[in-house]
Design a protein around this ligand. Structure first.
Ligand SMILES: [Zn+2]
Length: 642
């Protein structure tokens, strides 16, 4: 007898033999027992999970010449021995017509089919049409079929197998019984291939069979196809083929998941070099980048699931749900859990996202190898990056570096001594970004410490922008990163204290301003600046304090609004005003406030006249606020001064 592939050889001939689709088989058997036969059936689900198999078994049961309830056939199963059953199994029954709709999808074929359907079956009870890949049938052809389905002759049964039931017109679907097939569970596939291995006299260890079952990915037919190949290439030992894990992996072009575990360990340890080394070993061994990326995606997916399901690395927490979701062997579940333990759920999700994207892109890239490596390196870098939300919430007002070398403004009248701006040609240091993502690499841990809910923005000016008074006498250069210190107490006329500069010539700041004075100057500057009315209001409404080298500005703006109102332009105006006022060495700290507490806070002259205050006092606004429990975030004066 000619060699038959396993999937065909072990194709179920009875409902009871179909694995993993009990919800379908039980229903069909009940219907058969009760004689409730529909004229149209839709069997939908992934490839290789038994749709056409069940269609054939159903056809056999319908046309079996041994009646249900007889001594030969007490159940709704086909008898498997009568003429009809054997013919259907062999695929040459006259009254069971299998049509591959992928190639016979046009109106002509369906018309032909429809016309033939009018005639009674040649011998058996039903004339049965099994339409495989039914979603490929054209709309016009479906319409032709619809007529037959609307008023079906007694003897007609249509069975449509499809992977995309949604592509079948609703009008057709509503006239059929629809059975949705499940992906076959790993344990079911494993049980089946173990039986087949025993039956075929094949030596195979559990790990090898588990790998085959996993490779099937919910499809019995896929698992059996790979098993066929594995047997064909297996070494034969005393007449028995022997399957082992390495051989199957080679066959599938896959690598042990241990390498992905290693890669993730290197990612966790922030060792890019190790990641690249592992990747290179794999690629040099001839593995394709696409296949590796695909496997990596699957591995990461399993890690995410293990994390979500709370599987612990020792294998505990492996309840039904986790196993159900993972569909991998117990060893692999533990491995995934070990990797998952290294990262947070968010990190794993982002890893998965990156590798999915990498996998997608590999399809149309020339230099696949580099893209795969790049994808892996991104995982390492990702650990160093902060989510943009986090960054934004921590650095609302400092998104930009202060603009270089603004012309010094005319100094407003203060009690401070006169100042001389530094010439702008005194070797400006390279501008460094206010916040580098990679700087977070070292400070990542520190972010988890309880930080003040404040916006820290170091306004230590660059030498080029320095407009602070010059202390001509000193030239000592202080060690870097010393915080500038200015008089903490908010005194009307504080004593000037030297300011320590981190770069450039050392500069002392003789002028110390009172908080109120600085606030007044800043408000004026913002009012004078173009379209900074909101910022001027916000600053006018804020409370200022100078403490330990910081100007703390307690605004009444919400965390969201703060960076919008004190936008980079406003930020620049504030900084330059502070510099001109001789307070440039102070650290600017903008604090968000309670959103709705604005109106009731305080009544200083600058405050009461502000647009914001007027708006909030307005009865309509207050009513709307109560009605919607709303937060007034921004008030824009459209009457416009400019
Ligand atoms: Zn039969």
């Amino acid at each position: 007898m000619a060699y038959q592939v396993l999937a065909r050889k072990y194709r179920p001939q009875r409902f009871a033999d179909v694995v993993g689709q009990d919800h379908v088989t039980v229903t069909l058997m009940n219907a058969l027992t009760q004689g409730r036969i529909a004229h149209g059936y839709i069997f939908s689900g992934h490839r290789g999970i038994g749709k056409t198999t069940i269609a054939r078994v159903l056809a056999m049961a319908l046309n079996c010449r041994n009646a249900i309830g007889s001594a030969q056939r007490p159940t709704a199963e086909p008898c498997e021995v009568c003429e009809s059953c054997t013919e259907i199994r062999a695929g040459n029954a006259v009254d069971v017509i299998e049509i591959d709709a992928a190639t016979n999808r046009g109106i002509d074929e369906i018309r032909e089919l429809r016309d033939a359907a009018r005639y009674r079956p040649a011998r058996d009870k039903y004339k049965i049409y099994i339409l495989d890949e039914a979603h490929q049938i054209t709309d016009a052809a479906f319409n032709a079929l619809l007529k037959t389905l609307e008023e079906p002759p007694e003897h007609i049964v249509f069975m449509m197998a499809t992977t995309q039931p949604e592509d079948i017109p609703q009008t057709v679907r509503s006239r059929c019984q629809h059975f949705s097939f499940h992906a076959v569970k790993l344990v079911d596939i494993l049980g089946q291939i173990r039986q087949i291995a025993d039956h075929e006299g094949i030596d195979a260890d559990d790990a090898a069979l588990a790998l085959l079952a996993e490779a099937g990915d919910g499809s019995m037919r896929d698992a059996l196809s790979i098993m066929d190949q594995a047997i064909a290439s297996a070494p034969v030992d005393e007449g028995r083929p022997r399957l082992d894990v390495t051989q199957i992996r080679d066959l599938m072009g896959s690598v042990p998941n241990a390498v992905f575990e290693r890669i993730l360990e290197a990612v966790d340890a922030n060792r890019s070099a190790d990641v690249i080394t592992v990747a290179n070993e794999l690629l040099d061994a001839g593995n394709s980048p696409a296949q590796l990326a695909r496997q990596c995606v699957r591995y990461l997916r399993n890690c995410v699931i293990a994390k979500i399901a709370g599987v612990s690395p020792d294998g505990s927490g492996l309840d039904g749900t986790a196993s159900e979701l993972l569909q991998i062997s117990a060893d692999e579940q533990r491995r995934a859990a070990r990797s998952a333990a290294l990262f947070s759920e968010e990190e794993l999700t982002r890893f998965l996202q990156i590798m999915l994207k990498t996998f997608d892109e590999l399809g149309y890239r020339q230099e696949q190898r580099f893209h795969f490596e790049l994808g892996l390196l991104k995982l390492v870098h990702l650990r160093r990056l902060l989510p943009v939300e986090e960054v934004l919430s921590r650095f609302p007002a400092s998104g930009r570096v202060a603009a270089p070398a603004e012309p010094p403004r005319p100094r407003p009248a203060t009690s401070a001594p006169p100042v001389q701006p530094i010439p702008s040609n005194t070797s400006p240091p390279a501008a460094k970004p206010a916040f580098s993502p990679f700087a977070a690499d070292s400070s990542r841990k520190s972010f988890s410490e309880p930080a003040p809910p404040a916006t820290h923005a170091d306004i230590q000016p660059k030498a080029a922008e320095q407009a602070a008074p010059v202390n001509t006498g000193t030239s000592a250069i202080e060690p870097a990163a010393k915080p500038a210190v200015l008089t903490p107490p908010v005194a009307p006329e504080p004593e000037p204290q030297p300011s320590l500069e981190s770069d450039g010539p050392a500069i002392a700041t003789p002028a110390a301003q009172s908080a109120d004075e600085l606030q007044r100057l800043t408000t004026e500057a913002l009012s004078a600046a173009r379209s900074q009315g909101s910022a001027a209001d916000a600053i006018a409404d804020s409370e200022w304090a100078i403490e330990g080298g910081e100007i703390r500005i307690q605004t009444s703006l919400s965390r969201t609004m703060l960076p919008m109102v004190i936008n980079p332009d406003a930020d620049r105006v504030i900084r330059s005003t502070l510099r001109n006022a001789g307070a440039g060495s102070l650290k600017l700290v903008l604090l968000p406030g309670a959103a709705n507490a604005t109106a009731s806070k305080k009544t200083r002259p600058a405050r009461t006249g502000s647009v914001q205050a007027k708006a909030l006092e307005h009865p309509v606004v207050q009513q709307a606020q109560r009605l919607f429990n709303a937060e007034i975030r921004n008030v824009i004066d459209l009457r416009g001064n400019d």
